[in-house]
Design a protein around this ligand. Structure first.
Ligand code: HEC
Ligand code: HEC
Length: 259
């Protein structure tokens, strides 16, 4: 049945609906972004703190120089291919894209079928700290001192991003601006990696791996590392630089030689 609301009341109702829709809309649009943070995540001192959280997620042992654990992590599943201390890295179970079994690690050599960490975005850091130190994770305080757990929790609550917004999952292409990226790369990164990215070889002479190789083959790993730096080395971190520029750099790096 159809009914009509006339006159002023009708207009007000329509305006009311419009206002309601408009007020709900931004909530959907930004729901994926980190929430307003009570801890002032972008205060200069905290940028460092949270940036370290990103490095710890990559490799807490390389970041803190903690002793590498022996054997496999107790929660590392039988279907996994990795052995020993790498199975203790957060990224090994939860992925470079933070999406675990729903992300790039849903198949291939790093598959674990463990879920990602996207679900804790915006969660109270204290709650995340409890999860990180729970029985499943089996970390000791020697491995992850409280300060490190705090940094990780802030990174996960405030800073982790939805990489599908910046990297096309199917083609692996970064959705940045090549020209902007070229300028930024040649000003910041070329110093260490060379103008063509070939000054540092991460692998062997026979099977070399350069900036161009990592960015083309594993753009999720590259995006995380360009934001937070390479743990245990002097590589710069761009954690407080506009994310757009970081994605531009990734776009440019995907055009550098892979071999
Ligand atoms: C050996 C594999 C493994 C490693 C390494 C690992 N985790 Fe986990 N993590 C798990 C499993 C398993 C769960 C539980 C998943 C479930 O509830 O289905 C989990 C759950 C989580 C959750 C909760 C996700 C959610 O949405 O409920 C967070 C946060 C988390 N891990 C953070 C970390 C951090 C930070 C590190 C590194 C310091 C880490 N994990 C290392 C296996 C791992
Ligand atoms: C101060 C020197 C320095 C600067 C500046 C620098 N890096 Fe690095 N980068 C390194 C070092 C050292 C490594 C680790 C080399 C190794 O593991 O053999 C590295 C590693 C990497 C890796 C590979 C990480 C992996 O997956 O193993 C990538 C990708 C990378 N850098 C990209 C960049 C980009 C892009 C920039 C510019 C934003 C940049 N780097 C700036 C020193 C630097």
């Amino acid at each position: 049945m159809k009914y009509k609301v006339c006159g002023r009341l009708g207009k007000n109702l329509k305006a009311g609906w419009l206002a309601l829709v408009l007020s709900v809309l931004p909530a959907f649009v930004v729901a994926d972004e980190p929430p307003e943070d009570p801890a002032h995540a972008h205060d200069p001192a905290n940028v460092w703190f949270i940036g370290r959280g990103g490095q710890l997620y990559d490799s807490w042992m390389a970041t803190t120089m903690a002793e590498k654990p022996w054997g496999n992590h107790p929660a590392y599943p039988a279907i996994g291919n990795k052995r020993g201390y790498p199975t203790w890295r957060c990224k090994e179970c939860h992925g470079w894209d933070y999406k675990g079994k729903d992300g790039a690690y849903r198949y291939g050599a790093h598959r674990t079928d463990i879920k990602g960490v996207r679900g804790v975005l915006g969660m109270e850091p204290a709650e995340i700290q409890k999860i990180i130190m729970n029985e499943t994770h089996a970390f000791t305080e020697d491995q992850l001192p409280h300060s490190a757990v705090e940094m990780l929790s802030y990174f996960l609550s405030f800073e982790q991003i939805d990489m599908d917004k910046y990297i096309d999952r199917r083609t692996k292409k970064a959705l940045g601006d090549f020209d902007e990226g070229a300028h930024a790369y040649q000003s910041v990164c070329a110093l260490c990696h060379g103008y063509d990215g070939k000054k540092i070889n991460f692998a062997s002479q026979k099977y070399p791996s350069y900036v161009g190789s990592v960015c083309a083959r594993n753009p999720w790993q590259a995006l995380h590392k360009i934001r937070y730096g390479q743990p245990g080395t002097g590589m710069v971190a761009l954690s407080n630089v506009d994310l757009g520029i970081v994605v531009d750099i990734l776009s440019y790096c995907q055009t550098l030689p892979e071999e």
